[in-house]
Design a protein around this ligand. Structure first.
Ligand code: SF4
Length: 312
C-alpha cells in the first residue's frame, strides 16, 4: 500500500484533517494518488501535466495536500461521505498504488469511483472486485479536431474504446465520460459527443475549462456561464432523447425548441454537478462568490433561467 495519498482541500476539512471553514461540504471524498513528480502525460489544461510549471499540489483550482494513508483511513468516517472518488495521475507503478488504495478502502464500505487513463479490461475487473462501481473516463476534449493537441499521449479512438469496455465490465451508465467545456470545441461537437456517449451506454460529466497558471492553456479564457448553461441543458436533452429540440445556428446553440412551460419544468438538478451518484464537487471550477458553473446544491429555478436568458 502507498504511504501517502492526496486529499482535496475541501475533503480534508470535511474529515477534520485541516481546520478551516467549508464553503460547501463535499458529499464525496475526493482523493488522488500521490507521486512526488508530475504526471507522465501532458494534457494541455492540467496542473499535473509533465510540461506544466503549476503547483504540484493542484488539480484544476483545487489544492490536494498529501497525508499518511493510515491517517486518512481513520479520518474518513468523520466526513459522512457517500462515495470515495479516486483520481489518478500517470506514473510508473501507479496501478500497484491504485490496487493498494482500493484494498484499504474496501474496509470502509463505501462505493468507489476511479478516474483513470485507459487500462485493460482485466484491470477493470480487478477494480470491480474491490468495490469500484463507476469509472471516470477522461475524454476531456469533445472533438477529434482538437484532441491530439489537448491530449497528445492518448488517442480519441482509444478513449472511446475504453469507455465502451468500461460499460462492458461495469454496466450501463457506469462509465462517466469527463468532458471539459471551453477547450476550443464547438457546441455542435459537444452535442455529438453527448449523443455518442448515450449510444454506447455511458454518462457524461461536464467541467468548465479553468485556466491554471503554468499550464499550456494558462492564457485561454474560461467559457461564459451563459454558454455553459446551454451546454448543461443540451446534455440533459440528449440524455432524455430530446436532442431535436436543440436549435443550432452554424455550430453554436442558438436556442431550444421548448415551450415556456417546458423550460420552466426543467429540473434544477440539470445545472448541478452531474457525475457519479453522490458527487457534488464544490468549487472545483468555480471561484467562491461567483455564479457557479456546476451548482453543488439545487439552484433556484429563476437564477438559472436568468442566466439562460429565458427571463430578464
Ligand atoms: S492524464 Fe490526468 S493527471 Fe495526467 S496530465 Fe492528463 S489530466 Fe493531468
Amino acid at each position: 500500500m502507498p504511504e501517502l495519498v492526496r486529499v482535496s482541500y475541501g475533503t480534508a476539512i470535511a474529515m477534520g484533517l485541516i481546520r478551516a471553514k467549508l464553503l460547501a461540504k463535499p458529499t464525496t471524498a475526493y482523493l488522488m494518488t500521490y507521486w512526488p513528480g508530475r504526471c507522465s502525460n501532458d494534457c494541455a489544461f492540467c496542473a499535473q501535466a509533465r510540461s506544466s510549471r503549476a503547483d504540484l499540489e493542484k488539480l484544476s483550482r483545487v489544492v490536494w495536500p498529501a497525508f499518511q494513508i493510515e491517517k486518512v483511513l481513520r479520518a474518513l468516517p468523520a466526513g459522512n461521505f457517500v462515495r470515495i472518488c479516486l483520481q489518478t495521475i500517470e506514473y510508473p507503478g501507479m496501478l500497484d498504488d491504485v490496487f493498494g488504495l482500493l484494498e484499504a478502502f474496501s474496509l470502509i464500505n463505501l462505493p468507489v469511483s476511479v478516474s483513470i487513463t485507459p487500462v485493460d479490461s482485466d484491470v477493470l475487473e480487478g477494480f470491480r472486485s474491490l468495490g469500484v462501481d463507476h469509472i471516470g473516463v477522461g475524454l476531456d476534449a469533445a472533438s477529434e479536431r482538437i484532441f491530439s493537441d489537448i491530449k497528445p499521449d492518448t488517442s480519441w479512438d482509444e478513449v472511446w474504446d475504453f469507455a465502451e469496455r468500461v460499460v462492458d465490465v461495469f454496466g450501463h451508465g457506469k462509465a462517466v465520460i469527463h468532458i471539459i467545456v471551453g477547450l476550443g470545441e464547438t457546441d455542435k461537437e459537444l452535442v455529438d459527443a453527448f449523443i455518442r456517449a448515450r449510444e454506447l451506454g455511458a454518462d457524461v460529466s461536464l467541467f468548465a475549462f479553468t485556466p491554471i497558471k503554468g499550464t499550456r492553456l494558462e492564457n485561454l479564457k474560461p467559457p461564459s456561464v451563459e454558454r455553459y448553461r446551454k451546454i448543461q441543458l443540451a446534455r440533459y436533452l440528449v440524455d432524455i432523447g430530446m436532442e431535436d429540440t436543440i436549435i443550432f445556428e452554424g455550430n453554436s446553440i442558438a436556442g431550444f425548441a421548448l415551450s415556456g412551460e417546458e423550460l420552466l419544468r426543467i429540473p434544477p438538478a440539470v445545472f448541478m454537478t452531474h457525475g457519479c451518484p453522490g458527487c457534488n464537487r464544490p468549487y472545483y471550477n468555480e471561484r467562491p462568490g461567483k455564479e457557479p458553473y456546476n451548482y453543488p446544491f439545487p439552484p433556484k429555478g429563476d437564477e438559472v433561467l436568468k442566466s439562460l436568458g429565458i427571463i430578464p
